[in-house]
Ligand binder design. Structure first.
Ligand code: ATP
Length: 268
């Protein structure tokens, strides 16, 4: 499939990951635009953005409030639809997928964490983490094993039976991370993952994201916090709906994967 061909049929895949996706890119987007039509004047939140994230990268998208960072992340996770532009995830053209297909993709290939955890309040920690695994078709035993392993990695062993309201904000975010990672997604999208945490919670989330990154997890994180951004190996500055700068922080990268790029595209 070339970049000009229509989206893959729902369920269609490109196992080689090269059709339109180019090389080993986990995310590729071209010409993305999104205007919000709210109460007042329409807001052009994303104004022609091209982006490429390679397998194993940890990319931070930073910029002032209202720059359009969250909108960009929502477009890449299928939580909002672009007005124009194309998106490939793991080599597969996805911008034309139905809501249901996007939901399936988020259940397996894309994990998402938000500022406000969004745990299911009447489910235990264990059930919150196992649910997406079960929905994706894992056996109860496999879901339990994955949950146990993740809770250990997240230093939350022993909290399996706790309810979300019994946990601190930092602990709830660790459960949200476990839930997002339980199906081993090729991409983790994180929208201000420490935005509602104190400095201890922020440090812990940062440490955990870095630890998952070191074991190969591809992460795209939106943050306005310079400390958070400094944990990434590449920082994209977003301003007024566009990529204003794209800096490979080089040397510190724990990722074995090089070759990064991000391009500013003109308005269509
Ligand atoms: N659903 C919506 N309806 C109307 N306007 C919206 C909507 N979502 C976002 N906007 C507007 O689009 C612009 C970009 O918002 P967005 O949340 O993407 O920015 P951001 O860079 O993530 O900001 P912040 O750091 O404050 O979260 C803002 O002006 C915002 O008010």
């Amino acid at each position: 499939m070339t970049a000009d061909e229509p989206p893959a049929a729902p369920g269609g895949t490109d196992p080689g990951g090269t059709a339109g996706g180019g090389g080993d890119a986990i995310v590729r987007a071209e010409g993305l635009t999104k205007t919000h039509h709210g109460e007042g004047t329409p807001v052009r939140a994303v104004r022609g953005v091209g982006l490429r994230v390679e397998r194993g990268e940890f990319v931070a998208v930073t910029g002032p409030s209202g720059a359009g960072k969250s909108t960009l992340l929502h477009l890449l996770g299928g939580l909002q639809r672009p007005d124009s532009g194309r998106i490939w995830i793991d080599g597969r053209r996805v911008d034309g997928l139905s809501e249901a297909r996007w939901a399936v993709l988020r259940r397996g290939g894309i994990g998402v964490v938000f500022q406000f955890f969004n745990l299911v309040s009447n489910l235990t920690v264990a059930d919150n983490i196992e649910l997406p695994a079960l929905l994706a078709g894992a056996s109860p035993r496999a879901a339990r094993d994955s949950r146990t392993e993740l809770l250990e990695r997240l230093r939350m062993a022993g909290k399996e039976r706790a309810m979300p309201y019994e946990l601190s904000g930092g602990e709830q975010q660790r459960v949200a991370l476990a839930r997002a990672l339980v199906n081993k997604p090729s991409l983790l999208l994180a929208d201000e993952p420490a935005g509602s945490l104190d400095s201890t919670g922020t440090r812990e989330v940062l440490r955990l994201l870095s630890a998952f990154h070191r074991t190969g997890q591809t992460i795209l994180m939106v943050t306005h916090d310079a400390r958070m951004a400094s944990a990434a190996d590449r920082v994209i500055s977003f301003f007024d709906g566009r990529i204003a700068d794209d800096a490979d922080l080089g040397g510190r990268s724990a990722s074995p994967y090089g070759g990064v790029s991000g391009v500013l595209e003109l308005d269509p």
